[in-house]
Design a protein around this ligand. Structure first.
Ligand code: 59J
Length: 574
C-alpha cells in the first residue's frame, strides 16, 4: 500500500494496539515453529510418502527367456539384452527442438514422435522405439531429455538362422513364442516378469531404484534332440538339391532309429528368423510336419510287410507282373515297363505297382490297412509341434478293390515327412515303432511292437536290394555302410486326376542296414530340372546326408569299403 498523506499520523497509534499486533505475530510464529517441528520431526513418514508418490513409478522388469539348445548344449535360440526407449508423456517438455533431436537419434519422423507423445498425455508409459542398438541407447541417454527413459528388454537371436527357422519358430517383440518350438514350449521357456519401484526427480529423470518389488523369474532352458551339425548338413544338401532341380520346395527329416529323436528337420524354402520381416508365409511352414503328400511307392515296404505277416508270402514268393498292366474294376494299374515274373523282393527292388497291387489284393483289406495304421499313417506323431498334420488313412471298410490296390502302392492316403520317417523307423527298430520327439531323450522307452521282428528284418533286406546295383535307389548308396531304403516318384493329384508334369520325388531309408542307427526321409516337391525321379533327385541327397551324419555320430561302418578291404577280411573293414 502506498503511504497516504496521513501516514505520519499512524506512527502515533496507541501503544495498546501495537502490543496486540505484536502478540498476534508472536503467536503465529510459535504456531508455525510448532508445525515445523511436527512436520519435520514427528510426521516425516507421512510426508515422505506423499511427496514420493508424485515421483515414484513402478517399472516392470522383463524376465530372461530360456535358451534353446541342440542335444549337445549348443545354442540355437538365445535372448540377448537390448534397450528400449520409453516415455512418461506427462514429464516430456513440449520443446519442439528437443523432440526433433530425439526423433533424429531414434530414426523416426519428428511429427510422428510428437504426436505419439501428445496423444498419450494421459498415460504414464509409452514406447518410443523398441530394441535399439547400444549406440542409439547411449545417444538417447546423452540427450538427457526429461520423461524419456531406457528399459532393458530381451531380443531373441537364432545363431543358425534359416537352418533351424522352421523347427524353432520365433517370438514376437515381447519375446512370447509365436510359432514352432518357441510356441509349443512357450510356458517352459518364458519367465515371469518382475517389478521394481524407481524414484524420479522433478524433471522426470529416474534417480535411483527404491525397491525391487518382485524379482523377474527367468524361463528355463530347453534341450532339443537336434544335432546342429546334422541339421546344418541336411539343410545344405536339401537347399542345393532344391536349387539344382528348380523345385518348389522340399523337406528332410533325420531320426535316431533307436530313440525316435529328431536329429534334423529342415525345409525349403526357408527364411531368416532374425529379421523383423520374416518373409512370405509359404517360406515359414515347417512342411515336414504340416504338409502331407501321397507317399506312392515308399509305402510298398509296408504292403509287403502285411503280406509277410500274413504267412501267405515269403520274400521269394513269385509275383507275375506281366504285362506291366493290371485291370482292377474300371481302373488300370501300370508299371513303367513290363517286369514280367518277379518275386516279392523283386517287386520292391523294381518298384512294381502291378506287383504291389496283386500282393495287396491277395490279402484281406483289413490286414493291409492294419499295418498302415500300426506304423502310424493317419495318426499325428505326438511331436507336439503346432499345426502338425495327421494325414489321411481312410477306413478299410470303405475300400473297394480299386482303393485297396492303389493304397498298396501309396495313393489314396497321405502322410507327412515325419510320419513316413517314423514308419521307416519301425522297420529299422526290428518292428518297434518309436515315439518321435523333438526333445532330447535321456532314456529311450522301447517303442510299441507293430510288426514281428522277423518281418521287419526281411523287409529291410529287400530294401537293401533297392540300393544295390540294378535297384531304383542305387544313388542312395553310402561307401562303407549298408543302406536300406526305397525310392518314390509320385504324380501330384490335381482337380480331375493326376498331373503329368508335377511330381514329388522321394527317398526313405536307413543305415547301417545291419543294425540301423539313422532313418532319413527326403522329399523334393516338384523338381523341374535335371530329372524328377526319386532315384535321381532324392536318393543322392539321402546319400550325402547319411554319409555325413554317420561320420559325425561316429557310427561304425558295416560294409567292406572296397575290394582290397574285402580281401583283408571283415575285421579290417570296420
Ligand atoms: C509315376 C503315379 C499316380 C496315381 C507314374 C511317376 C500312379 C497311379 C492313380 C508315371 C511318374 C510317371 C492311383 S516310376 O514311385 O509309378 O522313384 O525312381 O504317380 O501310378 O496309378 O511319369 N518310380 N512311380 N505313379 N501314379 N495313380 C516309379 C514309380 C515309383 C521311380 C522310377 C520310375 C510311379 C523307377 C508313379 C523312382 O516307384
Amino acid at each position: 500500500m502506498s503511504r497516504g498523506p496521513h501516514g505520519v499520523g499512524e506512527g502515533a497509534a496507541p501503544l495498546a494496539r501495537r502490543r496486540v499486533l505484536l502478540g498476534a505475530f508472536a503467536l503465529a510464529a510459535a504456531a508455525l515453529a510448532g508445525r515445523a517441528v511436527f512436520l519435520q520431526v514427528l510426521n516425516t513418514d507421512f510426508l515422505q510418502r506423499q511427496g514420493e508418490a508424485r515421483h515414484l513409478r513402478v517399472v516392470t522388469v522383463p524376465a530372461h527367456r530360456g535358451m534353446i539348445t541342440d542335444r549337445n548344449g549348443e545354442p540355437l535360440a538365445i535372448s540377448t539384452p537390448v534397450q528400449s526407449v520409453w516415455a512418461d508423456p506427462g514429464d516430456v517438455p513440449a520443446d519442439a527442438r528437443a523432440l526433433a533431436r530425439l526423433a533424429r537419434v531414434l530414426g523416426v519422423p519428428a511429427p510422428a514422435l510428437a504426436r505419439r507423445i501428445a496423444e498419450r498425455r494421459d498415460r504414464a508409459f509409452v514406447y518410443l522405439r523398441r530394441h535399439v542398438d547400444p549406440r542409439t541407447a547411449e545417444r538417447v541417454r546423452a540427450l538427457g531429455l526429461p520423461g524419456v527413459h531406457l528399459q532393458r528388454e530381451y531380443r531373441r537371436y537364432y545363431p543358425l538362422g534359416e537352418v533351424t527357422a522352421h523347427v524353432l519358430g520365433f517370438t514376437d517383440i515381447d519375446d512370447a513364442g509365436q510359432e514352432g518350438v518357441e510356441l509349443a514350449w512357450d510356458r517352459w521357456l518364458r519367465g515371469t516378469p518382475g517389478a521394481r519401484r524407481v524414484l524420479r526427480d522433478r524433471l522426470g529423470h529416474i534417480v535411483r531404484d527404491v525397491a525391487l518389488l518382485r524379482p523377474a523369474r527367468p524361463g528355463r532352458d530347453l534341450r532339443l534332440a537336434l544335432d546342429r551339425r546334422v541339421q546344418y548338413l541336411a539343410y545344405r544338401e536339401l537347399k542345393a538339391a532344391v536349387l539344382r532341380h528348380r523345385a518348389r520346395g522340399g523337406s528332410l527329416v533325420v531320426l535316431d532309429a533307436r530313440t525316435g529323436e529328431v536329429l534334423a528337420m529342415v525345409n525349403q524354402p526357408s527364411y531368416n528368423p532374425n529379421r523383423r520381416d520374416r518373409g512370405p508365409r509359404a517360406a515359414r511352414r515347417n512342411r515336414a510336419v504340416t504338409d502331407v503328400f501321397e507317399p506312392g511307392s515308399t509305402v510298398k515296404p509296408f504292403t509287403v510287410a502285411a503280406a509277410l505277416e500274413s504267412g501267405r508270402f515269403r520274400p521269394d514268393t513269385p509275383v507275375d507282373t506281366g504285362p506291366g498292366l493290371l485291370r482292377v474294376a474300371d481302373a488300370t494299374v501300370r508299371d513303367v515297363r513290363d517286369f514280367g515274373l518277379l518275386d516279392v523282393t523283386g517287386v520292391i527292388r523294381r518298384s512294381s505297382n502291378v506287383g504291389a497291387a496283386k500282393i495287396a489284393l491277395a490279402l484281406p483289406a483289413r490286414r493291409l490297412w492294419s499295418v498302415y495304421a500300426r506304423v502310424g499313417f493317419g495318426h499325428a506323431t505326438g511331436s507336439g509341434f503346432p499345426g502338425e498334420a495327421h494325414g489321411v488313412l481312410a477306413d478299410h471298410r470303405r475300400w473297394r478293390a480299386v482303393e485297396q490296390a492303389t493304397a498298396a502302392f501309396g495313393y489314396g492316403l497321405s502322410v507327412t515327412a515325419l510320419q513316413l520317417a517314423r514308419a521307416y523307423a519301425a522297420l529299422a527298430a526290428d518292428g518297434r515303432l518309436p515315439e518321435v520327439t523333438l526333445l532330447r531323450r535321456t532314456r529311450a522307452a522301447a517303442g510299441e511292437r507293430v510288426l514281428p521282428a522277423r518281418v521287419a528284418r526281411q523287409v529291410r533286406a529287400m530294401l537293401e536290394a533297392v540300393v544295390a546295383p540294378g535297384g531304383t535307389g542305387r544313388r542312395a548308396a553310402v561307401p562303407g555302410y549298408r543302406v536300406a531304403g526305397k525310392t518314390g516318384t509320385v504324380r501330384k493329384a490335381e482337380p480331375g486326376g493326376y498331373s503329368d508334369h508335377r511330381y514329388v520325388a522321394l527317398f526313405a531309408g536307413m543305415a547301417p542296414a545291419s543294425r540301423p542307427r539313422l532313418v532319413a526321409v527326403v522329399v523334393i516337391d516338384e523338381p523341374r530340372a535335371g530329372g524328377y525321379y526319386g532315384g535321381e533327385v532324392a536318393a543322392p541327397v539321402f546319400a550325402r546326408v547319411m554319409a555325413g551324419a554317420l561320420r559325425l555320430l561316429d557310427v561304425a561302418p558295416d560294409a567292406p569299403r572296397g575290394p582290397v578291404r574285402v580281401a583283408l577280411g571283415a575285421e579290417a573293414a570296420t
